[in-house]
Design a protein around this ligand. Structure first.
Ligand code: GLU
Length: 504
């Protein structure tokens, strides 16, 4: 019988969630939803040295912002709770004992100094079948001594006993069959008596089993751990419940080679975190997609296509469409270049697709910051004239401030180029023409003004350029009569008068 699809996102709260981690969460979510399965959020916090306060909340907030909703997990609960590994201490102990009793693991007393000493003695030292009998562990020490050491409170670790020279197969849904010879693996530490906690490997495997995970979808950096995980499933007698693996390709630097890093973001000016992150230790602030003005739908769409392609030209996908079309088979094996400009492009597509009314609402707080109150209808019209010119809502003000406030200065270069000896006189005449217009609608005003220019042979460019300078303060902006219609007759004339005054 096919197992129910159950996948998990299992971040360690060691800092802000990297954008690559967000993609991992997204792919898990899409896969689960497509198969009518469950998506779990598990927090892997067994490494207390690397614990960072605030990281867990950050992860949850980021996933919420993006609409990647877990069915079970930390902050939600569920039938397999608790979902925070630090709260599952007792559970792991039982499996440590099971492995020890079955002879699949052993107790080791080597101190960090002793291990260091070995590393200097033996080149490329590895704790494995070829060296373990020279070490201080329960395989080579008398049982009496082991017991005595443990009873007297000596710290120890539990290591997996990996049999040498055995081919371990990892069946990966993206990479196919990956075969590794067990001789290259070391006897990894599974448990430490010092904090009574399992290491990542044991906790990860035990929880995947207990939480009935059917597919492990995670970053490529975990591929080297997969053979060990396969061996652990075997050692625990859970082979028939082993999840299918899928290791996702790396996100690569926008330029050059190698993995995308925070430094690339700093260097090229883009965020690598979903939300702004305030480092609790250094106080440093790292930028986030949310604060940079991205729409969550755009980030989701952008990330979905970094490593997956549907095999068509379609680029704009809603979450629903992604759930429908996503497939692990179409995830590429090779890394995906992080094309930041494409991210902006996606945001622009989503921005343009929003209604003018919706954008107006998003823009109101920015207007407020500039001390402007404007009615929703007017703002919506302005949005219609402006949205095609920006990638972000935060860029709108620069493109439309002149709809709300008269220019306080005139761009010098534009003045030199556009304000001619006869401009003041032309603008005086234009004021007269405008004053005579009762119906100040776009069509009517445009028709009358253009006719007047033509009849008087004034030169379209000369008049319109000076007109724009007077109204906007610089040579930019949408169609002139779109602007005058919004600001109205009185304001248009006032701005013309002021320009004549200042520039004459
Ligand atoms: N705790 C690991 C991480 O931080 C989980 C890896 C996995 O998904 O198995 O990514």
């Amino acid at each position: 019988m096919e197992r129910k699809v159950r996948v998990r996102f299992a971040p360690s709260p060691t800092g802000p969630l990297h954008i690559g981690g967000v993609r991992t969460a997204l792919y898990n979510y899409l896969f689960a939803k497509q198969h009518g399965g469950d998506f779990l959020l598990r927090i892997e916090d067994t490494d207390s040295n690397r614990f960072v306060p605030g990281a867990e909340d950050y992860i949850i907030e980021a996933l919420n912002w993006l609409g990647i909703k877990a069915d079970e997990g930390v902050g939600i609960g569920g039938s397999h709770a608790p979902y925070r590994q630090s709260e599952r201490k007792e559970i792991y102990k039982q499996y440590v004992k099971q492995l020890l009793d079955a002879g699949k693991a052993y107790i080791a007393f080597d101190t960090p100094e002793e291990l260091e000493q070995k590393r200097t003695e033996i080149k490329n030292f590895q704790y494995d079948a070829s060296t373990r009998m020279q070490m201080r562990n329960s395989l080579c020490m008398p049982a009496e001594e082991v017991k005595q050491l443990m009873d007297s409170g000596h710290q120890y670790v539990v290591r997996i006993k990996i049999e040498s020279n055995e081919d371990v197969k990892v069946n990966d849904l993206i990479r196919g069959e990956v075969v590794i010879n067990s001789s290259i693996l070391d006897d990894k530490v599974l448990y430490k008596s010092a904090d009574e906690l399992p290491t990542y490997h044991l906790a990860n495997v035990v929880d995947d089993y207990l939480m009935e995970i059917s597919h492990v979808i995670r970053g490529e950096e975990w591929l080297p751990s997969a053979p060990l995980h396969v061996l652990l499933y075997r050692a625990l007698g859970w082979e028939d419940k082993m999840p299918r693996f899928a290791h996702l390709p790396l996100l690569l630097k926008p330029d050059g080679n190698g993995k995308l890093s925070k430094r690339d973001g700093d260097r090229l000016g883009f965020p690598v975190f979903p939300l702004e992150w305030h480092d609790p230790k250094s106080g440093a602030i790292s930028s986030g997609y949310r604060e940079a003005g991205y729409f969550p739908e755009a980030v989701v769409n952008f990330l979905a296509l970094l490593g997956w392609h549907a095999g068509s030209d379609k680029e704009i996908y809603s979450m629903e469409e992604l759930i429908k079309d996503f497939s692990l088979e179409r995830v590429s094996k090779s890394g995906a270049k992080f094309d930041y400009e494409k991210g902006k492009w996606f945001n622009r597509q989503y921005l343009c697709a929003k209604s003018n009314e919706e954008l107006a609402e998003m823009f109101q707080p920015i207007l407020k910051e500039h001390g402007i109150t404007a009615d929703a209808e007017k703002v919506a019209i302005v949005m219609g004239h402006t949205k095609e010119r920006v990638n972000f809502v935060t860029e709108l003000w620069d493109q439309c401030s002149f709809f709300f406030v008269a220019p306080t200065a005139y761009d010098e270069k534009t003045v030199q180029k556009r304000w001619k000896a006869d401009s003041a006189q032309h603008m005086e005449m234009l004021i007269g023409v405008l004053e005579g217009i009762d119906d100040f609608s776009l069509e009517n005003t445009e028709k009358i003004v253009l006719q007047w220019i033509q009849d008087n042979n004034l030169g379209m460019g000369a008049v319109m350029n000076a007109f724009r300078l007077a109204i906007v303060g610089i040579s930019k902006g949408p169609h002139m009569f779109d602007i005058t219609t919004v600001i109205g007759k009185e304001e248009t004339i006032a701005r013309l008068k002021r320009a004549i005054e200042v520039l004459k």
